[in-house]
Design a binder for this molecule. Structure first.
Ligand SMILES: [Fe+2]
Length: 419
C-alpha cells in the first residue's frame, strides 16, 4: 500500500489583520490580564508618532508601560543583553509589545528568550536547543505589530541576531512565536521607498524559496503560492505608494502567508548568499541582497524545479502558461525587471558594491553561513534545496550574480533613456 507522507501545520498564535486592527491591543491586554508592558519600538517610527496609537491603547487598557527604542539595524547581542534585558528585568514586564520591522521584532525576541534567567541570548541558537525544548525560567508574552511587509517575523519562531563579530545567528524556539500578531496595513503607510522596496523583495524571496524548499508540503505550498499572487500584483504599486490601503493590505497578507511557509519549509541558497552580502565590503540591506542573488539562484535551481517555477511565474503574473510554454528564463527576467523598477541595490553592479573575482569572492565563500549551507545540504545529509549546492556551485552562482547585476544596471539605464 502506498504511504502518504505525514504533514504538520499548527497556528499557535492569534492573528488579526486589516486596517485599524492594532486597537485589539486594548482587548488583548484586558482579557489576558497583562498589566505591565515593555513597548519595544523602532526609534524613527517612535519619533515620527507612528507608535502613538499603540501607546494610547496601552493607556486605555489601564496598563503600566516602559518604552525601549534603542533598536539597531541587525541587532547585536551586546545591545540586547546590556540594555534591553536589564530594562525588562527591572520593570518586570509580563508582556512585550514590539512595533517595527525585523530588527525590532528580533530585539524583542531576544528579550523574550532570556526572560528572567541568567542565560545569554546565544544560548538559544538553532544548534544549541530544540525548538520545543522546555525551560524552567519565566518568559514574557509577546505581541507583534509589523511596520514593514518583509521579514514575516511576526508569524515565525526565529530571530536573527548578530554576535560580537557581526555574524548573524538564528535563535529559534516556540516561545518566540508571538502569542498575538496584529498586522495593520495602516502601519505601513509612511515607509520610505528604499525600505518598502527592500523589505517587499525580502517577502517575495521568502515566498519563492519556501515554494521550492524540499521540506515544503501541500500546506506550505498553498501559502507560498497565495503569497506570490498577492505580492506579484501589489509589489510595484505598494512600493510606489505604501499609503494606498488596497496595496498595503495585499502586501501585508502576502508577507504573512510567506511567513507561515517560512516557519515550516525554510529558505534556500539565496538566503545563504545574502549573509556575506550584509558584511564587509558590501553592507547591503538584506532585501537588496535577496533581490540581487535571486536571478542566478533561480538559474542554478531551474533544472531541479522547473514546474514549481512555472507555478510561481503564473502566480506573480496572473498568466496561465502550460508547462510547454514556460522557460525558467521567463521567471528570471521577471525578477530582473522587478529589481530594476524597485531600484534594488540602487541598480548598481555588484562590482560597484565592492565585488571582485579574487579576494572578495573567496571572502564570501569562506563565510561561516556559506560553509554551513554547503555542509548541511551535502549529498550525505537531507538536502533542503532543489539542487545540491557545493562550494564550487556557490562560486558559479556568485560569479553569475555579478553578470546579472550588470544586466540589471543596463536595463535600468535603457529604461531611463526610453522614458
Ligand atoms: Fe529574508
Amino acid at each position: 500500500m502506498a504511504r502518504i507522507e505525514m504533514m504538520e501545520f499548527g497556528i499557535m498564535q492569534r492573528l488579526f489583520q486589516g486596517s485599524g486592527c492594532l486597537k485589539k491591543i486594548v482587548d488583548i491586554l484586558d482579557n489576558e490580564g497583562w498589566k505591565r508592558v515593555m513597548l519595544i519600538a523602532d526609534p524613527y517610527l517612535y519619533k515620527a508618532g507612528v507608535v502613538a496609537p499603540v501607546e494610547e491603547c496601552i493607556k486605555e487598557a489601564g496598563a503600566e508601560y516602559i518604552v525601549f527604542t534603542n533598536v539597531r539595524p541587525n541587532p547585536e547581542v551586546v545591545t540586547i543583553e546590556k540594555e534591553a534585558i536589564p530594562a525588562f528585568k527591572e520593570f518586570k514586564a509580563d508582556v512585550i509589545i514590539a512595533v517595527g520591522g525585523g530588527s525590532t521584532m528580533d530585539t524583542a525576541k531576544g528579550v523574550v528568550l532570556v526572560g528572567d534567567s541568567d542565560h545569554g541570548v546565544m544560548d538559544f541558537t538553532i544548534d544549541k536547543i530544540r525548538h520545543d525544548e522546555k525551560f524552567d525560567h519565566k518568559m514574557p508574552a509577546m505581541i507583534a505589530l509589523p511596520t514593514t511587509a518583509g521579514t514575516g517575523s511576526e508569524v515565525c519562531r526565529n530571530a536573527v541576531i548578530c554576535d560580537e563579530s557581526g555574524l548573524k545567528l538564528v535563535p529559534s524556539h516556540d516561545s518566540i512565536l508571538p502569542q498575538y500578531a496584529l498586522m495593520d496595513p495602516d502601519l505601513l503607510a509612511g515607509m520610505p521607498f528604499k525600505v518598502a522596496a527592500a523589505t517587499s523583495v525580502d517577502a517575495f524571496t521568502h515566498a519563492l524559496e519556501t515554494l521550492t524548499n524540499t521540506n515544503a508540503n501541500d500546506f506550505t505550498r498553498t501559502f507560498s503560492l497565495r503569497a506570490l499572487e498577492l505580492i506579484g500584483e501589489s509589489i510595484r504599486p505598494f512600493v510606489a505608494n505604501p499609503a494606498v490601503p488596497k496595496w498595503a493590505n495585499m502586501m501585508s497578507l502576502g508577507c504573512m502567508y510567506a511567513g507561515f511557509s517560512l516557519g515550516l519549509a525554510s529558505i534556500g541558497q539565496d538566503h545563504v548568499i545574502t549573509h556575506p552580502m550584509s558584511e564587509d565590503p558590501f553592507h547591503m540591506p538584506h532585501g537588496d541582497a535577496c533581490g540581487m542573488a535571486l536571478p542566478p539562484v533561480i538559474e542554478y535551481n531551474g533544472a531541479g524545479c522547473k514546474e514549481l517555477y512555472r507555478q510561481a511565474y503564473n502566480a506573480v503574473t496572473g498568466k496561465r502558461l502550460a508547462p510547454e510554454e514556460f522557460e525558467v528564463q521567463m521567471l528570471i527576467d521577471w525578477v530582473v525587471d522587478l529589481n530594476v523598477d524597485l531600484r534594488i541595490a540602487d541598480n548598481k553592479t555588484f562590482e560597484e558594491w565592492g565585488y571582485n573575482d579574487g579576494e572578495v569572492l573567496e571572502l564570501m565563500l569562506n563565510h561561516p553561513i556559506v560553509q554551513l549551507g554547503v555542509r548541511i545540504n551535502s549529498p550525505n545529509e537531507q538536502c533542503e534545496y532543489p539542487r545540491y549546492t557545493s562550494i564550487d556551485d556557490y562560486r558559479d552562482i556568485i560569479q553569475r550574480m555579478n553578470v546579472y547585476s550588470k544586466a540589471q544596471a543596463e536595463r535600468a539605464k535603457a529604461k531611463k533613456t526610453s522614458v
